[in-house]
Design a protein around this ligand. Structure first.
Ligand code: ADP
Ligand code: XUL
Length: 547
């Protein structure tokens, strides 16, 4: 009997698959991560490929190339080479790849890859005796993919909002007003500035659907959830909005392909992996999605939970039953329940800014950084700082701004005050902007922390204090790759017909990491108000510099 993705994987249908495993990837900004789980959702293997250090030939810094202050890209072929490397590493773990029943994955959101005419044919005919990167070298009509950190499409954003009758209308339709990093605006810029490259493009992928294509050996569909980060998808009808497509570039519907629910089984894994790595030919490829949606899937949320992800970007998100888009923040289709949504706030200056201040104040050591943070009192003697290495998303401001207890701008803080000002400033901003959107973290709710910096307990203490609520972490801080492995199993079991919550029901892997200090609310409630006023000052200063 052949194994069918829509059948429950009992021993009858998959006799040879008694010890099934599921493989989840995360093509994040700085690295490619892979997580393997077993039927009981226990993590059996984790491997990573760090772009800067393991693929130095691409000369990335933090996984990206900063072309100028606003233009940020990553070489598409670097991600392909990372797949070659990650597969070799998975082999070395001793994992029997024939046990993998399904593969899924996540990608940094918004980034776009431009496959040149003829690339599909190459993808469909991969030779198992060669690395992928040797074969796909010439498949891109644009060598460097614009990524989520890019802020170079303001002109296109204004044009899109105008074409749609205003920012609110665009937000109502697509879940967000126009944002520079959103893919429709990036495509519009390519069409305007490099029309030949656009013309030579057979397919535009997101990082997620691009990565899925590498496993499928064919162009993979964009999923609804990551597709919601493009300013192109009607998030209620779940189809491309023609008004948006037409405002961005010609023939776009054809170049994007039909979007699908995130849990769709896209097909069997490419014969390339069967022959080269010994995968089962029935292994399924389940739709890949964005890293934030995949992270939501990895976290087994309860009503009222707020996730704070502290990766390269800092994000804050929660599960929503209904979509009520606003001018700030994003509403995305939910990656696991087709009628639900998720709300997302993204802050560009996350871990890389923390690393900069760590290098300036703590000799590059997280340990020393944490000691400095803990050596200063909550409220930081009234000092407040805001640090933006790249133009921030909310609000669109830039540079370092330090204020003393009287609200006067100062040029320097001592090292320990600087470290606390950075961490408090970052979390005050998250609280202010999430409250602006109407998310209130009450006593009954939990903050769930994930991402690289969630390993730092001193940072989590500040988070608990500023939100006045307990903070929990998972055993695996890498919730996007884990969520992708869960989604692989969900898709394998039939996606639409199987409730995701039932698939991940056994998972209760949350540990209490920090509880708010007794005086936290008394200190931080007034500080939130001060932060709002100081942020307005910074916004005013920024706009007077622009004019
Ligand atoms: P991404 O998924 O965006 O590539 P990660 O979630 O893997 O990013 O987070 C990577 C970041 O985690 C690094 O840039 C680093 O700054 C941060 N990080 C790792 N360990 C610590 C720590 N102990 N304290 C604070 N930040 C940390
Ligand atoms: C979300 C966003 C980032 C990227 C990279 O809107 O731009 O979080 O997904 O992680």
């Amino acid at each position: 009997m052949t194994c069918n993705a829509n059948m429950a994987p009992t021993g009858d249908c998959c006799g040879e698959w008694n010890d099934k495993t599921y493989l989840g990837f995360d093509f994040s900004t700085q690295q490619l991560k892979a997580v393997v789980i077993n039927e009981n959702l226990e993590v059996k293997h984790e491997v990573t490929v760090h772009f800067d250090s393991e693929l130095p030939e691409f000369r990335t810094h933090g996984g990206v190339q900063k072309v100028d202050n606003i233009t940020v890209t990553a070489p598409s072929i670097m991600w392909v080479k990372a797949v070659d490397l990650v597969m070799e590493k998975l082999k070395v773990t001793g994992l029997d790849l024939s046990t993998v029943a399904a593969v899924s994955g996540a990608g940094q959101q918004h980034g776009s890859i431009y496959w040149r005419k003829g690339a599909q044919k190459i993808l469909k005919n991969l030779h198992p005796d060669k690395f992928l990167h040797e074969q796909l070298q010439s498949c891109f009509s644009v060598r460097d993919s614009p990524i989520w950190m890019d802020g170079s499409t303001t002109t296109q954003c204004l044009a899109l909002e105008e074409a749609l009758g205003g920012a609110q209308r665009l937000a109502e339709l697509t879940g967000s007003r126009a944002y520079e990093r959103f893919t429709g605006n990036q495509i519009a810029k390519l069409f305007e500035t490099k029309p030949e490259s656009y013309k030579n493009t057979e397919r535009v992928s997101l990082v997620s659907s691009f990565a899925a294509s590498l496993f499928l050996g064919d162009y993979a569909a964009i999923d609804f959830s990551d597709g919601s980060g493009m300013n192109l998808l009607d998030i209620r009808r779940k189809d491309w909005a023609d008004e948006c497509l037409n405002a961005c570039a010609p023939d776009l519907r054809e170049k994007l392909g039909k979007p699908v629910p995130s849990y769709t089984v896209l097909g069997n894994i490419s014969p390339y992996y069967v022959e080269r790595y010994g995968f089962n030919e029935e292994c399924k490829v389940v739709g890949f999605t964005g890293d934030n949606p995949a992270s939501l899937a990895g976290m087994n949320l309860k009503e009222g939970d707020v996730v704070v992800s502290l990766g390269t970007s800092d994000t804050l998100f929660l599960w929503l039953k209904e979509a009520r888009p606003d001018l700030e923040g994003h509403i995305l289709c939910n990656p696991v329940e087709k009628d639900d949504y998720m709300a997302l706030l993204c802050f560009k200056n996350g871990s890389l800014t923390r690393e900069r201040i760590r290098n300036e104040c703590a000799d590059g050591s997280w340990e020393l950084f944490s000691e400095l943070l803990e050596s200063t009192p909550r409220g930081n003697f009234g000092n407040i700082g805001m640090y933006f290495d790249l133009i921030e998303i909310i609000p669109t401001v830039y540079g370092d701004h330090r204020f003393n207890k009287n609200g006067e701008e100062v040029s320097r803080f001592s090292k320990e005050v600087e470290v606390r000002a950075l961490i408090e400033g970052q979390f005050l901003a998250k609280r202010v902007h999430s409250e602006n959107l109407g998310f209130s973290v009450g006593p009954g709710s939990r903050v769930l922390a994930t991402g690289g910096a969630s390993e730092n307990s001193a940072i989590l203490q500040v988070l608990a204090d500023i939100f006045s609520t307990s903070v929990y972490v998972q055993d695996v801080s890498n919730s996007s790759a884990l969520g992708s492995a869960f989604r692989a199993k969900h898709g394998f079991l039939g996606g639409d017909s199987t409730k995701f919550a039932d698939v991940i029901n056994p998972v209760t892997n949350w540990t209490l990491a920090a509880t708010p200090s007794p005086d936290a609310a008394e200190i931080y409630n007034p500080m939130v108000e001060r932060y709002k006023r100081l942020e307005e000052k910074v916004i005013a200063k920024h706009s007077s510099m622009k004019n």
